[in-house]
Design a protein around this ligand. Structure first.
Ligand code: SAH
Length: 298
């Protein structure tokens, strides 16, 4: 920016960073999903995924380099947490892919590496940049935040008065089972989580999406479905069933198609709207739970 004075340039350099990511690797799935590995310029690398849906292009962004949550079925757990991403680094994932593909992305999901509600302030700032008419100009309705259940920040989010969709990674209606899959449940159990969800619904008038990854002989029986109906009955919600993706060293296996369909039908028959999430990008390890932090190899 040589049209600016040297002193101003120096000032800008001291106070601001321009996050322009380098693409280290780009992979394309046979279903059209694309996975990017970005160099975030401090020896770390993160992944972002671009998916094609009928209603437009959706990006799945990472919010942290690594993840502290320790969910037993997720590949992002397998590597040490390095740091949270800055708001600019969150938005740059979208800008870098738009530049590379020469496209406009219409939807964004906070479902990549990291726990968005563990990087609350930066995620809120990123949403404001995404929303702003002079920024990306993406409506909040086109943005989804997924959380493993950081209860105090669900209350905070409810009070923000933004129109994002909230997804909760539930995965079981029994505390014992959920704790064995997700250590966060030892800190905030299902009852506390549901209380926060009810507050969110009351405050925003928006329905919550509950994510439920089905693992064979673990949480996919009709007993489990019954427990889920009891837990969610009367709640303004939708259940998103995800056939669990096997990860390296993971002890959970994907449920059979038959069990997944039976599980969905049971929920639908008992008044809970449930759909099965279409699996995208699993051949390039870009599906749910398959992203992980990487070191930049020199
Ligand atoms: N930390 C946030 C967002 C990232 S994960 C959260 O926990 O919600 C996005 C979704 O993928 C979550 O619902 C997560 O539980 C799910 N997921 C993680 N590993 C998975 C796997 N191996 N198979 C299917 N879904 C998985």
């Amino acid at each position: 920016m040589t049209n600016l004075s040297e002193s101003l340039r120096e000032k800008l350099k001291q106070h601001f960073d321009l996050h322009v990511f380098k693409i280290i690797k780009k992979q394309e799935s046979k279903d059209g999903t694309k996975k990017y590995l970005f160099d975030v310029l401090d020896n770390n690398a993160i992944e972002s995924v671009l998916m094609e849906y009928k209603y437009g292009k959706t990006i799945c962004v990472s919010t942290q380099i690594g993840c502290k949550m320790g969910c037993k079925f997720c590949a992002s757990t397998g590597v040490k947490f390095a740091r949270s991403l800055e708001p600019g680094e969150i938005v740059e994932q979208l800008l870098a892919i738009e530049r590379d593909e020469n496209i406009r992305i219409s939807n964004l999901v906070f479902m990549g590496i990291g726990e968005p509600l563990d990087n609350y302030d930066n995620v809120m700032k990123a949403i404001k940049l995404l929303n702003h008419p002079k920024g990306i100009n993406m409506g909040a309705r086109h943005i989804s935040i997924s959380t493993s259940g950081i209860v105090p920040n669900i209350y905070k989010l409810a009070d923000e008065n933004i129109q994002c969709t909230l997804s909760i990674s539930l995965h079981s209606s029994s505390n014992e089972k959920r704790s064995s899959m997700m250590p966060i449940n030892n800190l905030y159990n299902i009852q506390e989580l549901m209380k926060a969800c009810r507050y969110y619904i009351e405050k925003t008038n928006k329905r919550i999406s509950f994510e439920y990854a089905l693992a064979k002989d673990n949480n996919d029986s009709l007993e489990d479905a019954k427990g889920l109906v009891q837990l969610l009955k009367g709640t303004l919600c939708h259940v998103n069933l995800i056939p669990i993706n096997k990860i390296e060293d993971g002890k959970f296996n994907k449920s059979s198609n038959e069990s997944i369909i039976k599980f969905r039908d049971y929920l639908n028959k008992h008044g809970i709207v449930a759909t099965i999430r279409r699996e995208l990008g699993s051949d390039i390890d870009a599906a749910c739970g398959q992203l992980r932090k990487k070191e930049v190899s020199k």
